[in-house]
Design a protein around this ligand. Structure first.
Ligand code: ADP
Ligand code: MG
Length: 421
């Protein structure tokens, strides 16, 4: 898949509507809000520099939080404008307008070549509804549309799918890079391709896991997600976390049937590696670290294959990390990989007592000579905590959009940017 990219001629001295994702954490200091972490802002710099060099007038637009169509003082984009101004060392005109006519006046008054930040897109009721009048109004402000917000490409909002109907539309450099990286995983991964899934929110991951299971040579499952696979294979998971599934009729359900199905479908598939007995395609922990609460300090290692443990397990125990044997097995598989994709911590890494699995797996991926891609909000927080963020080939900050892309879906925000031949 090739995306439409901007060229100098298309944007020089033009007005560009730049959709970014500056949905960053803010903190209130005295009376002002300040940006706590500007990583997402920095991701748009390559595109911004290109626009600055070409003397474009740039209307920068982002969402921030979930204000649901109303002004909310703590979700104003003003601190983002200030943070961006510091980073690019130029003035950023902030337009506080909440009415289209006022927004237009503010933009018209800014000198050509300005960087202009408009208010939070989600203050405007038309944004999330993809209201066509709102989309046309926004489009009337610019000559060209650039999307630099891959992380919201799974949303059918006006600034994502409405605007490109009315303006020549292009992918920003960061957007294009994200699509290239993720495409490579699902189309031509260097083998063996090892996928590692963990974390708690299996609901977000089922579609991606299903698709990646078809593509990968082996899928290693840890964290809370592994509990579903253990339960599916008949292990006692005691009081371990199993995410509930929302059903239409309000009945309680979970993801154990999903895990069961996937295990059944892959039953005859085997991963062969030197020195191993053939491994199943989906590998879940053989031992776990268990405790009675997330904040506990006393812990116990449980061998899942021991029959004793199967029958004499304390009902209050929760599986909170992968055990040492599992770490060893996962490490060896990772070190022999050609490509690794990792999403989801291996345990409750926020508590040092249950951080070992996540740290060791992160270190193994960092050490591996494989091509390594890491994604997921909490996974990135974990690698940051361990100081390993710069040890991977690609870090995806796109969360839900990346998982949707890896499930093989054409994202609504990507579609209008695909180059037709
Ligand atoms: P990501 O944001 O990287 O996609 P998730 O949001 O799915 O990851 O899950 C992250 C959370 O999963 C972390 O807060 C971590 O504490 C939790 N977690 C990991 N392993 C377990 C477990 N065995 N039981 C309960 N929670 C877990
Ligand atoms: Mg998360």
């Amino acid at each position: 898949m090739e995306l439409k990219l901007v060229t100098n001629q298309k944007i020089a001295h033009k007005r560009v509507f730049l959709r970014v994702d500056y949905n960053v954490p803010l903190r209130k200091i005295a009376h002002d809000f300040k940006v706590v972490d500007d990583a997402r802002i920095r991701r748009s710099l390559k595109t911004l520099q290109f626009l600055i060099e070409n003397k474009s007038t740039v209307i920068i637009a982002t969402h921030l939080g979930r204000p649901k169509g109303h002004f909310q003082a703590n979700l104003s984009t003003k601190p983002l404008a200030e943070s961006l101004a510091k980073i690019v060392q130029r003035q950023v005109v902030f337009c506080p307008a909440l009415k289209f006519s006022e927004l237009k006046t503010c933009i018209d008054q800014a000198p050509p070549g300005s960087l202009i930040m408009m208010e939070n897109l989600r203050f405007f009721p038309g944004e999330e509804l993809n209201d066509q009048k709102w989309a046309r109004q926004l489009a009337s402000l610019a000559d060209v549309y650039i999307n630099e917000a891959f992380s919201t490409a799974h949303r059918k909002h006006a600034s994502i799918i409405g605007l490109p109907q009315y303006l020549p539309a292009f992918a920003g450099f960061g957007f294009n890079e994200e699509v290239n990286q993720l495409s490579q995983l699902i189309s031509r991964p260097k083998r063996p391709f090892v996928v590692i899934v963990g974390g708690a929110k299996i609901s977000d991951k089922v579609a991606a896991v299903k698709n990646l299971t078809k593509i990968a040579n082996i899928v290693l499952v840890g964290g809370g997600v592994a509990n579903n696979f253990l339960a599916a294979d008949g292990y006692n998971t005691a009081n371990s976390y199993l995410q509930e599934k929302k059903t239409v009729n309000g009945q309680k359900s979970n993801y154990i049937p999903f895990a069961k199905n996937l295990l059944r479908q892959t039953k005859r598939r085997r991963f062969l590696k030197d020195g191993y007995i053939p491994l199943p395609k989906i590998v879940y922990p053989t031992d776990v670290v268990a405790a009675k609460s997330l904040t506990a300090h006393t812990k116990k290692i449980i061998q899942l294959y021991s029959q004793d443990e199967k029958h004499q397990l304390d009902d209050h125990l929760m599986y909170l990390d992968i055990g040492p044997k599992t770490i060893k097995l996962f490490r060896e598989i990772i070190l022999g990989a050609g490509t690794v994709f990792w999403n989801g911590p291996m345990g409750v890494f926020e508590n040092d007592a249950f951080a070992t699995g996540t740290r060791e797996i992160a270190q193994a991926i960092a050490k591996s000579s494989a091509y390594t891609v890491v994604g997921g909000g909490d996974t990135l927080a974990a690698v940051d905590k361990f100081g390993l963020s710069h040890r991977f080939d690609y870090i995806s900050a796109a969360g839900g959009a990346a998982l949707d892309f890896l499930s093989g879906k054409m994202l609504p925000g990507v579609k209008p940017l695909v180059r037709e031949n």
